[in-house]
Design a protein around this ligand. Structure first.
Ligand SMILES: NC(=O)c1ccc[n+]([C@@H]2O[C@H](COP(=O)([O-])OP(=O)(O)OC[C@H]3O[C@@H](n4cnc5c(N)ncnc54)[C@H](OP(=O)(O)O)[C@@H]3O)[C@@H](O)[C@H]2O)c1
Length: 283
């Protein structure tokens, strides 16, 4: 008789548009693994009891998305050094009754950049945004020896993030105003630009955080927004002659890192990307 499947999933609120179930279940099918991954709509009030339920049902692990990445920490038994530094968890592993938190967003972004031939060490990386994803990406890039520049609509959030990186990693981070002029002024000192703001995301896909005039063709432009796959920023950058990297690679790589944590598995990243692209096309 077949053993019960290993239960995995993602929690968030709302969650119905998550691509993670398709992406992970495609891996299980391809590798013939007896695992099952579902999306669970969990409100903040139900977060603690849902985690207890997962223990009772012997879940292997969970991904965590908006709005629980920070709040979930107080319900965990331990949090690895990386997630502790970022102060956000996107992956939980259940070890019997012990709940351990991790964050795979930063490593996922760096693996996606490396896959496209980018080096991180010594590079000057301009990050637009200072939200959850920006935190994971800036900390990881700084850890790996990049020079970080942050530009965010709410300047105070950029300043706070830069202070945290300096305090925790001893690395200086430059903050520039979120204006076309300030971003254009810093462009000659930028090797890679990463958009981590929500600007350009479906359904407001006709927006871009910056114009073509601000860019310079020697800069690699990555947008972590993956819906649409080719954002207006990426279209603009491509026309300018920049190398562009979309957000699907990061999505697949952060998922692959979660699978490594739960199942000690080297995930087929290309299969994950293919599944995401198919699902986005069908929407
Ligand atoms: N590819 C992947 O694997 C991956 C992983 C994680 C996230 N993402 C995507 O990354 C994006 C950000 O996610 P997150 O979790 O970091 O969100 P978040 O924590 O809510 O941060 C949102 C960021 O966008 C900025 N922002 C929002 N509206 C803006 C506007 N109209 N103009 C300028 N800036 C604006 C915010 O600036 P303020 O500080 O001024 O509010 C903040 O910096 C989302 O599109 C998400 O889907 C992709």
């Amino acid at each position: 008789m077949d053993k019960e499947p290993r239960l995995l999933g993602v929690i968030g609120h709302p969650i119905q548009h998550s691509l993670s179930p398709d992406m992970h279940n495609a891996v299980f099918k391809k590798l013939n693994l007896n695992c099952s991954y579902s999306a669970y709509d969990v409100t903040s009030e139900k977060l603690e009891s849902f985690l207890e339920e997962c223990i009772e049902k012997r879940f292997g692990g969970l991904n965590v998305t908006t709005p629980h990445k920070v709040d979930v920490i107080k319900y965990l038994d331990s949090v690895d050094e990386n997630a502790r530094r970022i102060n956000a968890v996107n992956t939980i592993k259940f070890n019997e009754k012990i709940k351990i938190g991790y964050n795979t967003d930063g490593v996922g972004c760096i693996n996606a950049l490396r896959e496209e031939g980018e080096k991180i060490k010594g590079k000057r990386i301009l990050v637009l945004g200072a939200g959850g994803a920006a935190r994971a990406i800036t900390f990881q890039c700084a850890l790996e020896g990049a020079e970080i520049i942050i530009s965010n609509r709410t300047r105070e959030n950029a300043i706070n993030l830069s202070k945290e990186i300096r305090e925790k990693l001893g690395r200086r981070v430059l903050v520039v105003n979120y204006s076309e002029k300030s971003i254009k002024d810093i462009m000659p000192q930028t090797d890679i630009l990463i958009n981590t703001t929500t600007v350009g995301m479906h359904p407001k896909a006709n927006r871009s955080p910056i114009t073509a005039d601000t860019l310079r063709k020697e800069v690699t432009v990555m947008d972590i927004v993956y819906n649409p796959v080719e954002t207006l920023l990426l279209k603009t950058a491509k026309r300018k002659g920049c190398k562009t990297i979309d957000g699907v690679g990061m999505l697949a790589h952060q998922g692959a890192e979660s699978l490594k944590i739960w199942l000690n598995l080297k995930a087929p990243v290309d299969e994950m990307k293919k599944t995401v692209l198919e699902k986005l096309k069908a929407r």
